[in-house]
Write a protein that binds this ligand. Sequence first.
Ligand SMILES: Cc1cc2nc3c(=O)[nH]c(=O)nc-3n(C[C@H](O)[C@H](O)[C@H](O)COP(=O)(O)OP(=O)(O)OC[C@H]3O[C@@H](n4cnc5c(N)ncnc54)[C@H](O)[C@@H]3O)c2cc1C
Length: 424
Amino acid sequence: MRHLIIGYSVAAISAIKSIREFDKASEIVVLTDETSVYSRPLISYFLAGQVMKNKLSFIPKDFEEEMKITVRWNTAAKKIDSKKKTVLTADNEIIKYDRLLICTGGVPIKLPIDGYFEDISGIFTFVKLGEVEKLIKYIEKNKIKECVILGAGLIGMKAAEGLLARKIKIRIVEMADRLLANTFDKTASALLEEKLKESGSEFLKETTIKKIISKAKKLEALELSSGKTIKTRLLIMAVGVRPNIELCKGTGVAVNRGIVVNTKMETNIPGVYAAGDVAEGREFLSGENAVIAIWPVAARQGGVAGANMAGKITEYDGMFPMNSVTILGVPSISFGLTNPKTADYQILLSSEGGRYKKIVIKEDRIVGVVLVNAIERAGIFGLLIKQKLDVSALKKQLLLDDFGFLVLPRDFRKHFVTGEGTEV
Ligand SMILES: Cc1cc2nc3c(=O)[nH]c(=O)nc-3n(C[C@H](O)[C@H](O)[C@H](O)COP(=O)(O)OP(=O)(O)OC[C@H]3O[C@@H](n4cnc5c(N)ncnc54)[C@H](O)[C@@H]3O)c2cc1C
């Protein structure tokens, strides 16, 4: 039996651990187009010079030996033949598999802006370590002191942190009317905007880049849809990632936005699995399939895929979006659906002394939470969402600073803590 895994990051590593838990003997071969394992959330600290390259890995040094796996570094998978059960590598080698796991993650979106060409120097994305290494070289060689970031989502804000730590002045250009628009509302965003201003940076909202101006393949300026032109030699394109589904073309593997999987993380082709940022698995709150491109989802999905590949039937019960990030020294946590578009949600809000809490409730169940500068007791909200507990009796307490496990009535606590001898 050979398990073949494409991609070697969060989902793959979880899958490998899980396969080995139930299957000590089968062969595991991993193909990766990169040269090391590293944590993507840490690349902004690498850019900042706060974390060295040798500290970016999140697996022990002897992981490959311990797990008895063969890793083929710098070896991209080029084509899958799901009928013959083979994968063709970029060096034209054909590798057979019995079970295949696709965890190729996401690829940065590159907008087709007028004047944009891949070979213009000074334009970077912010997803892969290799790209960040090139960015650092570019900054140092050209003595960059200012830059523009297109996109104020999580990746754009992470890039902003790294650049600010290098004393580079930033201008963020964003289509929406706020930072982190997928999760934050205007009040939450204002807390970050203040910090940005303090750092001498600028936030240009409700506009985008209309034209990229370059000379001799060097970035010179950007024309915005607002009519403004900004001179700059560095642009970070941080407008999101999309599932890296290229390999599925012509294979019969069903693809929507990401690779569609069932609750065993198996695709429509038996024996072919997908997990992580590339997969479209169950979203807990809606019960529909969705791509949730975050670390904990990749880890859980990889674990479930690995168990099923090893023959241990395991179900993925779905997860909801969650993010815990500290940006510009402002800690924030968000869970679930935070900006509902319809009126059938109740919103509880508290905003005092720079601390912001927002709780989104539907049919007496919490479905979303945003906490900014007030994250001390965040965990309990995640649990309340997961347990789908009726909070109608607790609404007055939910926003209080001392709201936590201990203020919950006994009946509620029972749902969280169980086990012999546990007093709830
Ligand atoms: C800057 C940044 C900050 C982030 N911060 C957070 C955070 O704070 N919290 C959080 O929860 N999440 C965060 N994320 C998201 C998180 O890193 C991802 O959800 C997670 O890495 C997904 O893991 P994965 O295994 O699915 O894919 P990835 O980590 O994307 O790995 C996929 C791997 O597959 C390889 N690959 C692709 N195609 C092929 C091929 N054809 N052949 C061989 N190999 C291939 C890729 O090179 C890559 O190494 C962040 C992401 C970025 C970019």
